[in-house]
Design a protein around this ligand. Structure first.
Ligand SMILES: [Zn+2]
Length: 244
């Protein structure tokens, strides 16, 4: 008699090789509702951005630069215990999402619309816990498979230059933040302080290849520019500021 070294199919332990995982492949995620193009703005980009800054970053001087939002820098944006810069929700929804690809939206946890929720006391506690948790380097993700490292971005300031960080939307508060290692050191060198009114702009230069020929070289990294209103100079300005 031949003894086969196999197990009957129903003897496979739960969670074994035949377990069906309740996950979707990334390309099965429905594309987001087609967002409208970013609304036109009559805001004026500081002259330094095209004249000095974009070329210094290795980018085209005529790159589209999108106005995202105006905000007052809060204590939490510069607080050592918070360690993140918050981008106003309205600007994210109306402008920022419109310039990102589905993969980029996914990386930033912005792919799906989130229904507005009333913040209850318990939720506020959760938000605080999440914000505190964001500061702990070795924090375990709450749910397995839902790690929000975020989308790679560069936070840009006209005085301090550019710093590579991550952008992500938190599930609980729906806040979209720029955060990451070195955030606080960078922000301390930036030109804005608590209480300053700043404009948030965004730009990215994608790599474009047509018929095997590079027509535009770019690393496609989203740049989030924070400009203090009426800031006349940047770190690339010549000693004598250019005429306004
Ligand atoms: Zn300049």
């Amino acid at each position: 008699m031949v003894v086969l070294d196999v197990q009957p199919i129903n003897a496979v332990a739960p969670g074994g090789p035949l377990a069906v995982l309740d996950v979707q492949p990334i390309n099965a995620i429905a594309p987001p509702r087609q967002p409208p193009p970013p609304p036109a703005t009559d805001r004026e980009l500081p002259r330094c951005v095209r004249k000095h800054f974009l070329p210094a970053l290795g980018l085209r001087a005529d790159l589209p630069v999108h106005f995202i939002a105006e905000k007052t820098v809060t204590s939490t944006d510069v607080d050592a215990h918070q360690n993140r810069f918050r981008i106003p929700l309205d600007g994210v929804e109306r402008c920022l999402r419109a310039i990102l690809t589905p993969a980029e939206l996914h990386a930033a946890n912005l792919l799906h619309d989130m229904a507005p929720r009333k913040r209850t006391k318990k939720m506020k506690e959760n938000v605080n816990a999440e914000e505190e948790g964001a500061n702990k380097k070795m924090k375990e993700p709450k749910k397995k498979g839902k790690v929000h490292g975020g989308l790679r971005v560069r936070l840009v300031d006209l005085a301090a230059g550019a710093k590579e960080l991550q952008m992500s939307r938190w599930d609980s508060s729906r806040a979209t933040v720029v955060k990451g290692e070195g955030y606080l050191d960078f922000v301390r060198r930036c030109s804005f302080r608590e209480g300053d009114v700043v404009e948030v702009w965004a730009f990215l230069q994608r790599h474009v290849r047509i018929f095997g020929v590079d027509v535009q070289r770019g690393d496609g990294v989203l740049h989030v520019l924070v400009v203090k209103k009426n800031q006349p100079r940047c770190c690339y300005c010549p000693i004598i500021p250019h005429a306004q």
